[in-house]
Write a protein that binds this ligand. Sequence first.
Ligand code: ADP
Length: 190
Amino acid sequence: MLNIVLFGPPGAGKGTQSERLIERYGLVHLSTGDIFRANIKGETELGVLAKSFMDEGKLVPDEVTINMLRTEVLKHENPKGFIFDGFPRTNAQAQALDILLEGLNAPITMMLALEVEESELKIRLMKRAESSGRVDDADPAIIENRIRVYNNETAPVKEFYMAQNKFKSIDGIGSIDGITQRLFETIEKD
Ligand code: ADP
C-alpha cells in the first residue's frame, strides 16, 4: 500500500494537491477537515462538537479525532492506499496512526510536507475566504490562531517522521502544476 501523510500549514495547498495524488495513484482521500465539515453540515453530534473548536481555530480533541479517523480507515476493504490530509496534527495522533496501520500491516510510506511561508499563507487564506464560506478563513484573528496552533502543536509532527526516515520536504510555492510535479517525482523516486 502507498500511505501518504500530506502535511503543511493551513493554506499550504493540501486539499488541491490531494486531488491530483488520488487521481494518479488511486488512493483513498481522508481529510479530517472535510469529514468534520460534512458532519457539521449533517448536524451530527460529532459535527456540533467539532464546530465549537473549528470556528475558533483550535484543534478538535485528539481522542475524538483519532476515533473518527480510525472508523474511516476501517471502512475501506483492500484499499490501494490512503492519503491522510490534515491528519496527524499532533504527536499523539501520529502515534495512534502508526498503531492503527501496524494492525493492517500497512505502515506510512512517507510524509510529504508542503513548505509555504507565513505571509503567503495569510494571503491565500484571506483569498479562499471569498469562496469557501469557511468561518475560520474569514477572520484574521482566527487565521493567526490556526497558524499559532500549527507552529506549536502540529509542526513537531515532522520530527516524528524524520526519526523514521520518512520525511520529505516539498517547496509549496509556485504553480499548482509545478508543485504537483514535485510531489509525483518525490513519490516515484522513493
Ligand atoms: P486547514 O488545513 O486549512 O486548516 P482543515 O480543513 O485541514 O483546514 O482543518 C480545519 C479545522 O478542522 C482545523 O482548524 C481543526 O479545527 C479541525 N481539524 C482538522 N483536522 C484535525 C485534526 N487532525 N486534529 C484536530 N483538529 C482537526
